[in-house]
Design a protein around this ligand. Structure first.
Ligand SMILES: CC(C)(COP(=O)(O)OP(=O)(O)OC[C@H]1O[C@@H](n2cnc3c(N)ncnc32)[C@H](O)[C@@H]1OP(=O)(O)O)[C@@H](O)C(=O)NCCC(=O)NCCS
Length: 145
């Protein structure tokens, strides 16, 4: 497996991050990276990260502290051309490690119930079911040991 790293989103790579695409059937399941970056722009504590395999940009994620050592992983996507190669799993573990280093003891994530890929990915790294919100979104939780 080649090396996966998380790097800041900067003016240098932002356009490329916003150009990353999921499969067409996945688009309704997640906000676009352009929208996610616009949200990050007006939310000073949000931490957007570009996912690289070696020197190639392959994905995007966004996490945010919520106070009291609780964090949310708001976004997580791997470009359609690079999915099912283990990148999501490595990237989410790197993000968990970063949040732990920032003091996280609990990390929340939510996704639509039909998003089987997200559910399987999150379960594979240790997230467990927490609750179903009124709008049907599923909330999972990760507890740092
Ligand atoms: C969810 C997502 C980030 C997974 O990224 P990925 O790099 O393809 O994931 P990995 O290759 O690391 O897969 C890890 C595990 O997740 C599960 N998984 C990944 N894609 C899956 C799919 N399409 N269907 C079912 N399970 C899937 C599998 O258990 C997989 O392990 P396996 O390949 O050994 O069976 C990717 O599918 C994606 O970007 N989806 C669109 C955006 C999205 O829905 N993000 C989550 C929003 S909350």
């Amino acid at each position: 497996m080649s090396t996966i790293t998380l790097k800041p989103v900067t003016p240098h790579n932002r356009e490329a991050v916003c150009a990353l695409q999921v499969h067409p059937h996945q688009s309704p399941l997640i906000a676009s990276n352009t929208e996610s970056m616009r949200n990050a722009d007006i939310s000073p504590t949000a931490v957007p990260k570009a996912i690289y395999r070696e020197n190639e940009l392959v994905g995007f994620l966004l996490y945010q502290p919520r106070g009291n050592n609780v964090f949310s992983l708001h976004r997580m996507m791997v470009d359609a051309n690079h999915q099912r190669q283990g990148i999501g799993q490595v990237a989410i573990n790197l993000a968990i490690q970063e949040m732990e280093e920032l003091g996280a003891t609990t990390i929340y994530i939510s996704f639509l119930p039909e998003n089987d890929a997200a559910r399987a990915l999150y379960e594979s790294v240790g997230f467990t079911y927490q609750e179903t919100e009124e709008d049907g979104e599923i909330v999972y939780r990760f507890c740092v040991k």
